[in-house]
Design a protein around this ligand. Structure first.
Ligand code: PLP
Length: 366
């Protein structure tokens, strides 16, 4: 099959699998003082340093979590900030962790409205701003460094959910200048169930999970050393620049538009991740497209279907002002480290064939 749903989860990279298999064979609690424990501790700390370096951190102040969701919850609930601003296009793990947060609007390209943000910050009292680095549905990249500049001027902290950006574009924690940043292994070819919150050294964060003093007292529970090993190996592998994905994505967009000239690609005028396409086929429900592609051996998703497979109108497209009917005809195609020219051709062929059938039915009905 052509697996084109990397934004839901990316296949495990061989380097990550090898590192995990090796780590699974090792017994030792990293908190134990004996040699077995120390060996595992050394590997966990080496992984932490490699991840810190890959994201250009000045320290290795990283809390390993069970994934992006937990890292986002830790960030949103751990600072103690009362007044929180989040963009209207955040992942549910940000929105639900900060239910009373005010929503920063986005423009028609899906980019946060900086003028609105600046004006809101100037009225005072904002403790924390949380904006994702790249959107999971459209791939649109947010001006996080600029957001940090505005927020810091008014004394607000900044968290960036870099779950979809990490491993797909270069991400510098230092340049973004944020206090807190979320990443997740399974979006970049590591295992699911492991993520991290990157933080400024010494940042006063309150833990969500209480118990042992692991992770500097910020996350109780024995570290998942095999998953951490796989995470670091995937981060290393993803760091090697790969222009191929962007070339394939652009080729696929060209083929899709050639097959369906009436199609709409969302966020295309903005800066985007090189792997993501959010595209609507007019008149054809997203579920129909997903099923037709599935029958042709192509895996894509209807919007952000990573939670339950249920279909709902995308809040991301709604926030961008996309007409509700068109939004329900939008699918997300996301490429990644193992995508090929064959995948692209198969996807474009199947989508074009569906359009031809839909047009045929429309003619027959007329
Ligand atoms: N943030 C974004 C932008 C995501 O796309 C996801 C993916 O589902 C998450 C957070 C949650 O990450 P995880 O699946 O590791 O909990």
């Amino acid at each position: 099959t052509a697996y084109l749903d990397h934004n839901a989860t990316s296949p495990l990279r061989p380097q990550a699998r090898d590192a995990m298999v090796a780590a699974l064979a090792e017994c030792g609690n990293p908190s134990s003082p004996h040699a077995a424990g120390r060996a595992v501790r050394a590997r966990v700390e080496a992984a932490r340093r490699r991840i810190a370096a890959a994201f250009d951190m000045p320290s290795d102040a990283i809390v390993f979590t069970s994934g992006g969701t937990e890292a986002n919850n830790l960030a949103l609930r751990g600072t103690g900030a009362v007044t929180v601003l989040v963009s209207g296009i955040e992942h549910d793990s940000v929105l639900e962790a900060a239910p009373r947060a005010e929503r920063i609007p986005v423009d028609g390209n899906g980019v946060v409205d900086l003028a609105w943000l600046e004006a809101r910050l100037a009225t005072g009292g904002v403790g924390l701003v949380s904006v994702m680095l790249a959107n999971n549905e459209t791939g649109v990249i947010q001006p996080v460094a600029e957001i940090t500049r505005l927020a810091h001027r008014e004394g607000a902290l900044v968290h960036a959910d870099a779950t979809q950006a990490a491993g797909r574009i270069p991400v510098s924690f230092t340049d973004l200048d944020v206090e807190l940043m979320t990443i997740s292994a399974h979006k970049l070819g590591g295992p699911p169930g492991i993520g991290a919150l990157l933080m400024q050294e010494g940042f006063p964060l309150r833990p969500l999970l209480r118990g042992g003093r692991q992770e500097n007292g910020l996350r109780a529970g024995t570290e998942n050393a095999p998953a951490i090993a796989g995470f670091a190996a995937a981060v290393d592998a993803a760091a090697a620049p790969d222009a191929g994905v962007g070339v394939l994505r652009d080729r696929l967009e060209g083929l899709l538009l050639a097959a369906v000239p009436e199609a709409t690609i969302f966020g295309r005028a903005a800066e985007r991740l090189p792997n993501t396409i959010a595209v609507a086929m007019p008149g054809v429900p997203a579920e129909t497209q997903v099923m037709a592609l599935d029958l042709a051996g192509v895996a894509v998703s209807a919007g952000a279907a990573c939670s339950s497979g249920k279909v709902r109108t995308s809040p991301v497209l709604a926030a961008m002002g996309v007409d509700a009917a068109l939004a329900r005809q939008a699918i997300r195609i996301s490429l990644g480290w193992n995508s090929t020219a064959d995948d692209v051709a198969r996807c474009a062929d199947a989508w074009g064939a569906l359009w031809a059938r839909a047009a045929g039915r429309a003619r027959a009905a007329a």
